[in-house]
Ligand binder design. Structure first.
Ligand code: FAD
Length: 408
């Protein structure tokens, strides 16, 4: 019987193992943690955004890092197939805003339970251990060596050991090293879907403030726009975070060396003329008050001292003394509140790892290594990464399924 070893008990490894066993292989899954699925349990804030209920093409459009490499994986096991898989296994699902799919129970544990049942039903042997080395002879995989020195023989090995983000969950980059030791090229790993650090220190005064319905634009040093989005963002002690900032992080490289800057449009729903009229209206209403006391109708309280300070307008000036030039500067500030981006948060805060095993050395139709026969890759260990919305778990499931499908 064909022996398959799966390294890693995350979503990619679990689906790969179950499906490889379903195909008639004898499968052993090795997970270094006491139990599989530690990261899966914290996904979607414990609710697990399993996938996005949209076509494979739509998913690929949300995968900025090498989405096109996944066409075959999505053709073989699409987001709808995944939905069907969980439904048939008895997991009730629901589709929320933005087509995000969650278990109806809002509990990621229920998703993990289904995957473990899938393994049990197909007689997958789950072992707790760490794979230290993948053994290869004449470019053909032979098995794996475990941390306790044991050698396990296999005809196929599926490397599904994840990336480097949230290392406390077990995804500490060791899987990527296993591939590198076999001669695979590794695209430099870096944190993705991560908060961004700013040069401006005033952000710390806004910690706890979430801006909703704002528009951001990120520019590079050539003043070209590299990212534009609309939605919610937060302030952190040393920078900015929240959904639109995490997405922006997927389009920026080497923040420490490249100079990127961010502009926040605090009032995107209003045209310049409408915003000016709005400011004039408030100035009229509070005409005898100091400038420091007139922005309460327009801005969240925490933001007012920051805007006053950046505007350069004397806060003690009564509003009827503010000049047209000063007012137009204030308008510009509300439109383009500037921040200088100087770095990304660490892997400990990154939802995904960008980089990993180079896609050129993986056969997209099977997930098999082009260098080592019988070695397959699945999930975040590969140099693919998506935006939020259930797309990253779908990558893990589709590539896991495809790898399991091709173990013979
Ligand atoms: C906080 C957070 C929330 C997220 N929420 C979502 C979400 O809602 N929706 C979504 O689509 N994506 C989400 N993601 C991303 C998603 O969790 C990952 O993309 C996905 O888990 C990757 O799956 P994987 O199986 O490739 O790797 P992992 O889930 O990282 O699993 C890899 C496993 O391999 C094990 N391992 C590593 N090295 C070895 C070794 N040498 N020997 C044995 N075992 C080893 C690890 O212990 C780990 O259990 C979230 C990520 C984080 C951090």
């Amino acid at each position: 019987m064909n022996k398959v070893i799966v390294i890693g008990g995350g979503p990619a490894g679990l689906l790969a193992a179950g499906h490889a066993a379903e195909q008639g292989n004898q499968v052993t899954l090795i997970e270094k943690n006491l139990n599989p699925g530690k990261k899966l349990l914290i996904t979607g804030k414990g609710r697990c955004n399993i996938t996005n209920y949209s076509s494979g093409k739509d998913h690929i459009d949300h995968i900025p890092d090498n989405g096109k490499f996944l066409y075959s994986a999505y053709a073989r096991f699409s987001p709808y197939d995944l939905y069907g898989f969980f439904s048939e296994y008895g997991l009730k699902l629901k589709v929320e805003r933005g087509d995000r799919v969650f278990p109806a129970s809002d509990r990621s544990l229920d998703v993990l339970k289904i995957l473990l049942k899938y393994l049990k039903d197909n007689n997958v042997n789950v072992r707790q251990n760490t794979v230290q080395k993948i053994i290869n002879n004449n470019n053909s995989v032979q098995g794996v060596k475990l941390a306790d020195g044991t050698f396990l023989k296999a005809n196929n090995v599926i490397l599904a050991a994840g990336g480097s983000s949230y290392p406390s969950t077990g995804s500490d980059g060791s899987g990527i090293k296993l591939a590198e030791e076999l001669g695979h090229r590794i695209v430099q790993i870096r944190p993705g879907l991560v908060p961004l650090k700013t040069a401006e220190r005033w952000v710390k005064d806004l910690v706890g403030l979430r801006l909703r319905n704002v528009e951001i634009s990120v520019y590079n040093s050539e003043e070209e726009i590299v990212y534009h989005d609309f939605g919610e963002m937060d302030f952190l002690p040393d920078g900015v975070g929240g959904p639109i900032i995490l997405s922006a992080s997927m389009y920026l490289e080497n923040l420490a060396e490249n100079s990127y800057y961010l502009e926040i449009n605090l009032k995107p729903a209003l045209s310049d003329e409408q915003l000016d009229n709005r400011i004039l209206r408030d100035f009229k209403k509070y005409s005898r008050k100091n400038f420091s006391n007139v922005l309460g109708d327009l801005l969240p309280i925490k933001l007012i001292p920051i805007i006053i300070n950046l505007s350069g307008i004397d806060p003690k000036k009564t509003v009827n003394q503010i000049t047209a030039t000063e007012r137009s500067y204030l308008l510009k500030l509300l439109r383009k509140l500037p921040l200088t981006l100087i770095g990304a948060g660490p892997f400990e805060q990154a939802i995904v790892t960008r980089g990993g095993v180079a896609i050129e050395e993986i056969e997209p139709a099977t997930m098999e290594s082009k260098l080592i026969n019988g070695l397959f890759f699945a999930g975040e260990v590969i140099d693919v990464a998506a935006l939020t919305g259930g797309y990253n778990l779908q990558i893990a499931f589709s590539t896991g399924f495809l790898a399991g499908d091709n173990c013979t």
